[in-house]
Ligand binder design. Structure first.
Ligand code: C2E
Ligand code: MG
Ligand code: MG
Ligand code: MG
Length: 282
């Protein structure tokens, strides 16, 4: 019996692995089509200054809506695109399009674009950024690039050099999902980031978990002492917003402030919330 169970379990495991592998290769093939046909899209999510409630930045988030599979989240297809190398084409589309869109917005609003670690391999990133800025006419100080701690795990001289060269252009580098990676704080000494983005996993239980609160407070203080700005993502409630404001967090991003939106809806949102985001006063 034990043997039979084992065999069944093995077969079950095997076929679910199979399904995952089939889904992966389906995504890979369909993604290639979407890239070729130019059907990927970008949503923009606002970030506000915690004190003034003014919109100060927007994060570009890639979107893929497949004709039959429906919406496929970047959480699923970005890791696949990183493995296949398709991230190069996706990254270039998002950066160029985001710069073109942002140049039409009020000049104090920055645009933040996510970069995968893989985009740091090879010499293409710096010329891509320079060309996206040149072709869009976006001033370099309005561009922010978000990298994650996984990049720092192989912080070779190549990566460090590219980060430094990007900084020298005059744009800002933000460390995204801060606190979730396996990197050590010593990276903050080796390289100066302009901004830390506190990962949303520390925000969701901010009101109930003393430990999360202590970690968030420590990150905010660390950022201030190291002369970095600090943002928190995933803010969904007024209580979270108020707590982060009191702790001295600089910028706030999350569904409470605004969801990721297609460009035309984001531009309506900018017009409607011209001076400050009304709903944050309620
Ligand atoms: P991220 O850069 O940390 O982006 C924040 C994610 O949190 C987004 O998920 C956003 O929609 C979601 N979010 C924002 N506010 C809230 C909230 O209040 N509650 C909750 N539950 N979620 C919130 P999304 O758009 O699914 O993107 C997931 C990840 O995929 C991003 O995480 C980023 O790592 C990656 N990604 C997205 N677009 C790109 C891209 O153009 N290039 C690269 N390389 N990665 C991207
Ligand atoms: Mg991000
Ligand atoms: Mg993040
Ligand atoms: Mg995240």
């Amino acid at each position: 019996r034990a043997k039979a169970d084992g065999r069944n379990r093995y077969r079950f495991f095997d076929s679910s692995l199979d399904a995952a592998a089939r889904r992966r290769s389906l995504i890979e093939r369909e993604l290639a089509l979407a890239i070729a046909e130019g059907t990927l899209d970008i949503n923009y999510q606002p970030l506000v200054d915690a004190q003034s409630r003014h919109i100060v930045c927007a994060e570009a988030l890639v979107r893929w809506s497949h004709p039959t599979l429906g919406a496929i989240s970047p959480g699923e297809f970005i890791p696949i695109a990183e493995e296949t190398g398709q991230i190069g084409a996706i990254g270039s589309f998002v950066l160029r399009q985001a710069c073109k869109d942002a140049v039409n917005w009020p000049a104090h609003i920055r645009i933040a674009v996510n970069l995968s670690s893989r985009q740091f391999l090879g010499p293409g990133l710096l010329p891509l950024v320079e060309s996206a800025l040149r072709q869009s006419g976006l001033p370099v100080n309005r561009l922010e690039l978000e990298v994650t701690e996984s990049l720092l795990m192989d912080m070779s001289s190549g990566v460090e050099g590219t980060l430094a060269a990007l900084s020298r252009l005059g744009l800002r580098i933000a460390l995204d999902d801060f606190g979730t990676g396996f990197s050590s704080l010593s990276y903050l000494r080796r390289y100066h980031f302009d901004k830390l983005k506190i990962d949303q996993s520390f925000i969701s239980d901010l009101e109930t978990n003393q430990d999360s609160r202590a970690i968030v407070e420590a990150i905010i203080n660390l950022a201030r002492d190291l002369r970095m700005s600090v943002a928190a993502e995933g803010i969904e409630t007024r209580a979270q917003f108020d707590m982060l404001r009191q702790l001295g967090c600089g910028e706030i991003q999350g569904y409470l402030v605004g969801r990721p939106m297609p460009v035309d809806r984001f531009e309506d949102y900018l017009r409607e919330n011209g001076s400050a985001v009304e709903r944050l006063y309620a």
